[in-house]
Design a protein around this ligand. Structure first.
Ligand code: PEP
Length: 249
């Protein structure tokens, strides 16, 4: 990778029970992991406390969503203050499932990112095109528009990791080729350079997500502008997740 420490996030999505998560924690605690990698796991909200209390400190914990502002009369939401209180350091925002299944738009996501960062909760900022957008030649435009919504809202890119996750690759087994991913990562870095600053472009980590597994991670990790991964399905299997962490080059 080009920027900073290799970063691997595990997005557990809406999966697991106390028992399966306890087994996953045991596997992660016993895994041999390269030291020079930031490893962050994102359990479902209701299990964060269990994970915080039993997973080794070598792992940081992320939430999968957060509210746009200070907590209060917002039934069903979880505030940034609460996440920090139970030991979260990160939140995943702009994930394709929240954009396209739940219906969150760019401005709502941008507001969430701004508030999280204002309270020192770091952000995995997800972007990525749908298949029809790729086929229509709009991949870069879609990514730039999503990036702009983050840029227009957040005060600084400190504490932000960008996750490029093409929607057609998420949970489908159709991983982007190393060349396809690298091409977009370069475009994202270029966009940051032109629209934010050369410094932010060179120091912000850009990670890839979408059907990353223990077999395809090594080739992807060799690409110059791939600074790590966001992993869904394969993050539910301790040994395979460890292989992905250890693909750092
Ligand atoms: C994700 O949800 O961020 C993801 C990349 O999922 P998967 O690895 O299962 O494609």
């Amino acid at each position: 990778g080009a920027s900073g420490k290799f970063f691997v996030g595990g997005n557990w999505k809406c999966n697991g029970t106390k028992d399966t998560i306890s087994k996953l924690i045991t596997d992660l605690n016993s895994a041999k992991l390269e030291a020079d990698v930031d490893v962050v796991v994102a359990p479902p909200f209701v299990y964060i406390d269990q994970v915080k209390n039993s997973l080794a400190d070598r792992f940081e914990i992320s939430a999968q969503n957060s509210w746009t502002g200070k907590g209060g009369a917002f039934t069903g939401e979880i505030s940034v203050e609460q996440l920090k209180d139970i030991g979260c350091k990160w939140v995943i925002l702009g994930h394709s499932e929240r954009r396209h299944v739940i219906g969150e738009d760019d401005q709502f996501i941008g507001k969430k990112a701004a508030y999280a960062l204002s309270q020192d909760l770091k952000v995995m900022a997800c972007i990525g095109e749908k298949l029809e957008e790729r086929e229509a030649g709009k991949t870069f435009d879609v990514c730039y528009q999503q990036l702009k919504a983050f840029a227009d809202n957040i005060p600084s890119w400190d504490g932000v990791v960008i996750a490029y996750e093409p929607v057609w690759a998420i949970g489908t087994g159709k991983v982007a080729s190393p060349q396809q991913a690298q091409e977009v990562h370069v475009a994202v870095r270029d966009w940051l350079k032109k629209n934010v600053s050369a410094e932010v472009a060179s120091k912000t980590r850009i990670i890839y997500g979408g059907s990353v597994n223990g077999s395809n991670c090594a080739e992807l990790a060799k690409q110059d502008d791939i600074d790590g991964f966001l992993v869904g399905g394969a993050s539910l299997k301790g040994p395979e997740f460890a292989t992905i962490v250890n693909s750092v080059t």
